[in-house]
Design a protein around this ligand. Structure first.
Ligand SMILES: [Zn+2]
Length: 276
């Protein structure tokens, strides 16, 4: 089960992320509570980029919400989605982990068995992630100076009087609509029987359908994005010919877009028809 140390199977996906509305710059300082909060950071030339870890967190949070809808109940044993934000709601708590460590020989298998569907793919404090997300850089950095940040004005609400008060006015920066970022995601050693690659693509498809909002200011319509798939390639090291080809060329075999999207459908079907 624990096959992270071998090359195994690797799927690499690339594409673009276009801002349909402005994306608020900053991290953490948001007036809304949501798992899809995302950091937008400036590089040393003040150009915006989205850290891969931040995008991965938003993708994971969106997948968790969808999985919980279809598989409610106690998460674990390859089902459902636990809550990574709250230690007491992890699919394997620290206390359970202490007990599992009493048997080092079976530890890896036990951790995998007990983990929920999402932790098995995105990782947990006890399990390595199979999903690697690179930082999302501007697709056309040379055009950035024509775009630039837009300054917006916000009004803080006074908690006691529930009215806008003069002292709570603040400014914030927004990356303008139309800006495009490049993304690259590698899924390593996905268990195809569990359609683990399909789970990730299923989440990305939501971004492609424009159903996800990122960052702060969502109630003001900020943060709508649309994702586009460009290329996909795979390296299947369990296929000797494919491995030799990869070792010679350094490139995987191209996978067409429809085949990639079909894996999301495979996952969705599996989720819908699984036994109770
Ligand atoms: Zn979990």
């Amino acid at each position: 089960m624990n096959d992270f140390h071998t090359l195994g199977y690797r799927l690499r996906l690339t594409g673009r992320l276009r801002l349909e509305t402005g994306l608020r710059v900053g991290s953490g300082l948001t007036d809304e509570i949501s798992g899809t909060d995302i950091a937008v950071i400036k590089d040393d030339q003040r150009r915006p980029y989205i850290p891969g870890s931040s995008f991965k967190g938003a993708l994971r949070a969106h997948i968790e919400r969808l999985v919980r809808l279809v598989e409610p109940g106690t998460p674990g044993h390859g089902r459902g989605a636990c809550n990574p934000v709250n230690r007491s709601e992890w699919c394997i708590t620290s206390e359970q982990m202490d007990a599992l460590r009493q048997n080092p020989e079976t530890l890896d298998d036990q951790v995998y068995q007990l983990s929920c569907r999402v932790c098995r793919v995105f990782g947990s404090p006890w399990l390595a992630s199979r999903v690697l997300v690179k930082d999302l850089l501007l697709a056309e950095p040379e055009l950035w100076f024509e775009r630039r940040y837009q300054l917006r004005h916000g009004v803080g609400i006074d908690r006691d009087s529930e009215t806008a008060s003069r002292g709570l006015l603040y400014d914030y920066e927004v990356v303008p609509a139309g800006t495009e970022f490049k993304w690259e995601i590698v899924i390593e050693n996905a268990n195809r029987e569990e359609a683990q690659d399909g789970l990730v693509i299923w989440g990305l498809r939501e971004f492609a359908n424009g159903r996800v909002q990122l960052g702060g200011g969502r109630s003001r319509g900020l943060g709508w994005v649309r994702l586009f798939f460009d290329e996909a390639e795979e390296v299947d090291a369990t296929d000797r010919n494919a491995l030799l080809e990869y070792l010679q060329t350094g490139k995987g075999r191209p996978v067409d877009r429809d085949a990639v999207l079909a894996r999301a459908a495979t996952f969705a079907r599996m989720l819908a028809t699984r036994e109770e």
